[in-house]
Write a protein that binds this ligand. Structure first.
Ligand SMILES: [Zn+2]
Length: 456
């Protein structure tokens, strides 16, 4: 009986000791679900400010807004990091028309310019259009098959890939490299199938890059997946089909812009920095809710919950709104440049740039000892449905910090629906669920707190 009583007494004591971390994590979670502001911040960022392409007035407004929000949280300091960003504007002409070979039947399709594209000649270009699935087919057609034509890259997302990001990186090269690859063979324009598994009429924009060693920059656009299917079917019936493309986008001089940084100084090891961030810029066709308003407001939420619970973190915590991830990465470059110049000791950086969906895990990019440390905390995350610590991948804005020994983490939410919205007009506030957004913020805050308490 005595032994039983002893056991009954000791078990809860032991559990209490083991569970002090999990009790703090639950406090963080409760506070975010009850008092969290990230959803309101996202409402403002998307509905009041809107799409925030680098160099736009909206991007500047987002800098001002997030600066003021972080100031209002009473953190130790909020400051800007100046960076000069590209300024590409879409303007108002985005016309894609399929014409039969006799140029009498016409069908307008939904297209949008790729970010960075040159415009077409005034009045547009009309030419034969030739479909390829990949670069090997392009090469096979060669100059004889391509010269003077518009190339249609119809490379569908691989639906068998469980990670939609894997499908994206495979298909993405036709958006990024397609125009210069086609220009090598004398193409005069490119049309790329939108990067998504969704079959709808929403074109997905995104950055492309001209290869300086290839002469001739040709205009390029994305076509909706429904448009791509239609074009594919019509081309089968009539291989002499023509396509009319008109774009009046343009590149303007670089604009002065900023990263926005909010900081709570560490109480015991202020020199050790933990960065959590997202990118403040977004594409212009939508409102940048999932990409990446979500990551920004979640990062601000991390600062808010620490203040709300009166936590004095042992290490310095920074929330960073990176500028210009979408079409240049200048904000991430500037952050790294300053970290290096000031010999800052970054121990951990977390980026949320994969949508505001339910978190499922973290991507780990770090050395073995850092990995072991993070993995030892994995059981604490299981009650929150966060279990996947096996896949790599952190974030474009923090990637360089690896070079100064910083451990990198990417928040990995459920990615099955992310590419329904990615870089589209439908990436709006209503596409983000409040609970899912908050749960993502909560697990980021938990990770930040653990790293701050225990070090890496
Ligand atoms: Zn993004």
């Amino acid at each position: 009986m005595k032994r039983l009583l002893f056991a009954l007494f000791m078990v809860p004591l032991a559990l209490f000791a083991q569970n002090s971390d999990s009790i703090m994590l639950k406090k963080i979670s409760d506070d975010i679900f009850l008092n969290g502001k990230c959803y309101q911040y996202l409402d403002y960022l998307t509905n009041r400010i809107g799409g925030r392409l680098s160099g736009s007035p909206q991007a500047a407004a987002a800098v001002e807004y997030t600066f003021q929000v972080m100031k209002s949280l009473g953190v130790d300091t909020v400051y800007l990091q100046e960076c000069w960003v590209p300024h590409w504007v879409r303007n108002d002409k985005e016309i894609g028309i399929i014409m039969n070979s006799k140029m009498i039947g016409q069908q307008q399709v939904k297209i949008c310019a790729l970010g960075g594209s040159v415009p077409t000649a005034v009045g547009g270009i009309t030419a034969d259009i030739v479909e390829v699935t990949d670069f090997a087919e392009l090469k096979k057609l060669g100059k004889a098959g391509i010269q003077g034509k518009i190339v249609f890259f119809n490379h569908p997302f691989d639906v068998t890939k469980i990670s939609t990001f894997d499908a994206y990186s495979e298909a993405g090269k036709y958006r990024w490299n397609g125009p210069s690859e086609a220009a090598k063979y004398g193409a005069i324009g490119t049309v790329v199938r939108s990067m998504t598994t969704a079959l709808d009429d929403t074109p997905h924009t995104g950055a492309m890059g001209y290869n300086d060693s290839v002469p001739g920059k040709i205009p390029c656009c994305a076509i909706s997946t429904k448009g791509a299917e239609l074009l594919h079917t019509l081309l089968k019936d009539d291989p002499r089909l023509k396509f009319h493309l008109e774009l009046n986008c343009e590149k303007l001089p670089d604009v002065r812009s900023f990263n926005v940084v909010g900081e709570i100084r560490g109480s015991e090891h202020p020199e050790e920095i933990i960065t959590v961030g997202g990118h403040l810029d977004s594409w212009d066709t939508g409102k940048g809710a999932h990409d990446d308003g979500a990551g920004c407001v979640q990062s601000i939420e991390v600062l808010r919950v620490l203040r709300s619970l009166g936590i004095k973190p042992k290490r310095t915590i920074r929330a960073v709104m990176f500028m210009n991830e979408e079409n240049g990465g200048r904000g991430g470059d500037k952050y790294f440049e300053l970290a290096k110049k000031n010999s800052e000791k970054h121990i951990l950086a977390i980026e949320s740039d994969a949508g505001g969906f339910s978190p499922r895990g973290f991507g780990l990019d770090m050395n073995a000892s850092q990995k072991n440390r993070i993995l030892s905390w994995k059981p604490l995350f299981l009650p929150y449905g966060v279990y996947d610590f096996e896949h790599g991948g952190s974030g474009a804005d923090i990637d360089d910090l690896k070079n100064i020994g910083c451990a990198l983490l990417g928040l990995h939410p459920d990615g099955q629906r992310y590419f329904d919205y990615h870089h589209t007009p439908i990436d709006t506030f209503d596409a983000v669920n409040e609970r899912e957004l908050k749960l993502g913020a909560a697990v980021m805050a938990m990770m930040v707190w653990l790293a701050s308490e225990k070090g890496l």
